[in-house]
Design a protein around this ligand. Sequence first.
Ligand SMILES: Cc1cc2nc3c(=O)[nH]c(=O)nc-3n(C[C@H](O)[C@H](O)[C@H](O)COP(=O)(O)OP(=O)(O)OC[C@H]3O[C@@H](n4cnc5c(N)ncnc54)[C@H](O)[C@@H]3O)c2cc1C
Length: 270
Amino acid sequence: MIDTIATVERNLEPAKGYRLLTLNFNEEFQILPGQFAMLRAHNGYEPLLRRALAVYKQDSPGQLSFLYQVLGRGTEMLSLLGSGAKVDALLPLGNHWPVEECPRAIVVAGGVGSASVLMLCEQLKRLRVDTQIFFGAANERSALGCGIADFLALDLPLSTTTDDGSFGEHGLVTSPLERHLDEDTRTAVVYTCGPWAMMKRVAEISRLREVKCFASLEAPMGCGFGVCVGCVVAVNTDEPSGYGSYKRVCTDGSVFPADLIRWEVAAMSH
Ligand SMILES: Cc1cc2nc3c(=O)[nH]c(=O)nc-3n(C[C@H](O)[C@H](O)[C@H](O)COP(=O)(O)OP(=O)(O)OC[C@H]3O[C@@H](n4cnc5c(N)ncnc54)[C@H](O)[C@@H]3O)c2cc1C
């Protein structure tokens, strides 16, 4: 884990409300798919805490890109940065997507959860794993903002849905996922990142079909390295209720086996 100051190479706007931030570092990194960074604009003290963003792309050992939705103060401050501006960065953080012994992969991305799975899809393609991608977004603008062009460029089987039908199939991303799992019953592993309700449903669909599923959780996060315990989620455990019945998303995750998560409990904080 390195605490450093990076320099903005560019901060593009693929669609209104979304940004693709490319940073140059003085250090070289070997980022594993699914890992993330804590970032904040270096030009003031507000907001005080860095924000968690998945590493979207590793352009070179010292250059990384982050895809983010402009939501609140942290991402708004990042969105204002131009080329040459400075960013406080802590990275690489978290575990990574487990791809060992994956016979067939199904990747389900919802909204800007796509940021956590592009490198996973690249890795699966490199490893020649039979991979199907399901990409869900609210509408066409959101799909563009969440990097649909980069996913199409992978040239892997891809099915897109939008909530309003403006791009791809009309409806939720879980509908084609269910159809797919019912039609093709070969052993597979599902990888998902997106809104809490979507991942909860993906976990349920997978569990009902006895398909292994991993989810990357996007819990609001304070420090990113396990000290503040602000990002905990409730997990299934035999331990008595207390400290052991929670996991820290930052250091125990952000990727978890989906059946470990107590989706209905944790949903209260998401
Ligand atoms: C491991 C990890 C990786 C992440 N990767 C990305 C990424 O690659 N791209 C990206 O855009 N975001 C990502 N996120 C989510 C991002 O860190 C949060 O949305 C962050 O709080 C935004 O900061 P902000 O200051 O702009 O908004 P805040 O001021 O923190 O919040 C603004 C509004 O958004 C709501 N909100 C905050 N966090 C979340 C959340 N996680 N889900 C839903 N609503 C929320 C708040 O309740 C509030 O209404 C990731 C989170 C984690 C934990």
